[in-house]
Design a protein around this ligand. Structure first.
Ligand code: ADP
Ligand code: MG
Length: 683
């Protein structure tokens, strides 16, 4: 391999011997496209082929390695009959069977009356041992290649171990030594390893658990690559802009007409955002606050300031229903102003849409509210100055970067999210953004009463529900999460629906992931309009929709949910000023963790605190909420196991960023596929 050192890493895999079009396709499925992807695809285990077994001592069903003499080759010329090679050692016989194999090839690897090494899974067929399509067949001279522990990589259809090993060897055996971007001192001090050594070790030894020095080294690099990307992204976005000038005159008027007082947190956050809007640096900010903490009004007030300063604004919600709710609220609070607000979704009629597009371009429209259809290419603004995106927890850094490009150089950006991120992860996920937090709940809001109940007392619940329905309260019934299967979850919701429908006829609706979007919207609207009192659902209802009269939520099989998720579900109720109740239903025999979780839920309604506790109680793998929130950006790092490395990397980046050789950093970014986000010229 006569390539320049670092170039080698970023060559296409098809530069390797044996990788053609078909195999490239299979590799791509495993996210292996460049040579560096092979380097970063570590074995997860190994196959023991190191013991040569005698034929009278074989274990059926296991992968074994044997040394045998080739006695006879059968090539039946009948379709569907396999080719067969009879082999023996001093203790017995075995058939080696091949389906779809060429005669010439078999004759070559099985020379008559010679000893060969064979490794593969042993079966027993018609009273005889057999190996069909063995993994390896090799001559005695070559036995060192096979008779040993062989690393096991996660592979897909179309690539077997032997093939992958042939490809992988070309890379790992020729790995160019690169100059480490970490100093030896730093590596030693923090129990990491030199990069070259770490990579070698990760491919060779199965001792590498996810806390070994070699693995920690890769994790550290990965976190650094992420942090660097975010900090570069930040630098790029936070460029100079024309500052927006406003006196908060509309916004002050609106505040006076509200039938509630803003909380101190809302006021503080308003100040933070307004400061950014009127500064001459672009705003790139995330507003985090629990469900019901009152983020919407904050966004609308800041929007009114931007309108006052002469710019257009766009407010985007994740679903039509939520966007529509925002639109209605905006219409209401801006009704005494001459601000022009429109609503746009994918369903807007084409005639109306045409008019909206025209009015946006001429500047007739001040505020546009809608779903992601707001960001279609053909939509042109006269002077878009502010984008607000609600419930954005599904965006990663790439999408944020794209968004920032959309608005133009004067456009400020605010994201809002009700998914609280544990502190250790905040910087690695949102390091490119400024953070505003609302912790305090609106003053009149009563704390949701949280109760746990064993399922066998379900009768008490029926009485409770009857009372609530009489008071015109609405009820969410969240159905057991049985397992990952959509179908089972759906069937359990359906069963529960039938059961409840018998007790409360004509007042129950059913919502689950199997329904079409239209159907879902229909049911949700019925519930919003109070045509039904009880909504039986799986966890599909997104956060954010305001159901002012829903103040009871019952969560079945509550121990199957994580803390953060339970908290999010609980947040669907209690948004008005009536007392709300959350009932957690359990089967008997709660685990210690489940008991802890209930305790925490009962004691706190602070989503940030709960997120931190959740992280402590559960493995990262279970944190569904956070996975959506961008944690999937990490392939190796785990915020629980590698908490110290997250902290170390943060410090390292802050301390050394300016001093370290940029070329080495670029290499790091390219390794972890971050380079496309950052333009090299901007570094
Ligand atoms: P979220 O932060 O989840 O988006 P919303 O903005 O939807 O929360 O607010 C939830 C409800 O709380 C709304 O009905 C809103 O009118 C109300 N609300 C917002 N701020 C306050 C406040 N300071 N006092 C009382 N109610 C408020
Ligand atoms: Mg909201």
């Amino acid at each position: 391999m006569n390539l320049l050192k670092k170039e080698f890493f970023f060559q296409d895999v098809n530069k390797l011997k044996g990788v053609g079009i078909q195999l490239s396709k299979y590799l791509k499925k495993k996210r292996i496209e460049k040579i560096k992807d092979i380097i970063l695809n570590f074995p997860y285990s190994e196959t023991n082929r190191s013991n040569l077994s005698k034929l009278n001592n074989l274990e059926i069903g296991k992968i074994q390695t044997i040394k045998v003499l080739v006695k006879k080759l059968y090539f039946p010329r009948i379709r569907n009959l396999p080719n067969k090679i009879l082999c023996q050692d001093e203790t017995g016989n075995i058939d080696i069977v091949y389906f779809n194999s060429r005669e010439g090839y078999l004759r070559k690897i099985f020379p008559l009356n010679e000893w060969v090494i064979i490794s593969g899974k042993v079966n027993f067929f018609r009273n005889k041992y057999q190996i069909s399509n063995p993994d390896y067949v090799t001559s005695l001279q070559n036995q060192d290649y096979v008779v040993k522990n062989i690393p096991k990589y996660s592979l897909t259809k179309g690539i077997n171990e032997k093939k992958y090993r042939y490809i992988c060897d070309q890379v790992t055996k020729n790995l160019p030594k690169i100059e480490d971007w970490l100093s030896e001192d730093f590596i030693k001090k923090n129990n990491l390893l030199n990069w070259n050594i770490a990579i070698k070790e990760l491919h060779n030894s199965i001792n590498s658990n996810n806390n070994s020095p070699s693995y920690r080294r890769i994790v550290f690099d990965e976190i650094c690559a992420n942090l660097l990307t975010l900090s570069k992204n930040r630098k790029r976005i936070k460029k100079n802009k024309t500052n927006k000038e406003f006196l908060e005159s509309i916004s002050n008027k609106i505040v006076n007409t509200l039938d509630f007082k803003l909380t101190n947190d809302q006021k503080r956050v308003l100040k933070e955002i307004n400061f950014d809007l009127s500064s001459n640096k672009r705003m790139f900010r995330i507003l985090q606050g629990d469900v019901g903490s009152g983020k919407t009004i904050v966004s609308l007030l800041t929007i009114s300031n931007v309108v006052e300063s002469g710019y257009q604004c766009a407010l985007m919600g994740p679903t039509e229903i939520l966007a529509l709710q925002h639109y209605k609220l905006a219409k209401r609070i801006f009704k005494d102003t001459n601000i022009n607000i429109v609503f746009l979704t994918g369903k807007t009629e084409s005639k109306e849409k045409k008019k909206i597009l025209k009015d946006l371009e001429t500047g007739k429209i001040d505020i546009i509210i809608g779903t992601h259809s707001l960001f279609q290419k053909k939509i042109k603004f006269k002077n878009l100055g502010y984008i607000v995106i609600d419930e954005q927890h599904k965006f990663g850094v790439n999408q944020r970067s794209d968004l920032a490009k959309k608005g133009g150089p004067d456009c400020d950006l605010l994201l809002m999210s009700a998914t609280p991120i544990p502190r250790t992860m905040m910087m690695s996920l949102y390091g490119d953004m400024d953070l505003s937090k609302i912790i305090e709940k609106p003053a009149l809001r009563k704390k949701i009463i949280t109760i746990s109940k064993p399922e066998k007392k379900i009768k008490e619940i029926w009485t409770f529900l009857k009372k609530n329905i009489a008071k015109k309260n609405q009820i969410f019934w969240v159905c057991p999460l049985i397992d990952e299967s959509k179908f089972l979850d759906f069937s359990s919701a359906k069963k529960k629906f039938n059961e409840i429908n018998k007790i409360f006829p004509n007042s129950v609706g059913l919502l689950h992931g199997g329904l079409e979007k239209e159907e879902k919207n229909k049911v949700l609207k019925e519930f919003l309009k109070k045509k039904i009192s009880i909504l039986v659902s799986t966890t599909v209802i997104e956060v954010g929709i305001d159901f002012p009269d829903a103040n009871v939520i019952i969560i079945e099989n509550a121990n199957k949910f994580g803390l953060a998720q339970l908290h999010q579900l609980r947040g669907r109720v209690g948004r008005g000023d009536k007392q709300a109740t959350c009932i957690l239903l359990f089967k008997d025999g709660l685990s210690k963790n489940a008991i802890k979780r209930i305790k925490i839920l009962k004691s706190s309604d602070d989503g940030f605190f709960i997120a931190d506790e959740d992280l402590k109680l559960r493995g990262f793998g279970d944190l569904t909420g956070y996975q959506q929130s961008g944690m999937k950006n990490f392939r190796f790092a785990d915020p629980i196991i590698h908490k110290d490395l997250f902290e170390l990397a943060e410090k390292f980046i802050l301390d050394t960023q300016e001093k370290v050789n940029q070329e080495k950093y670029m290499f790091l970014l390219k390794l972890f596929d971050k380079a496309e986000i950052i333009n090299i010229n901007e570094i």
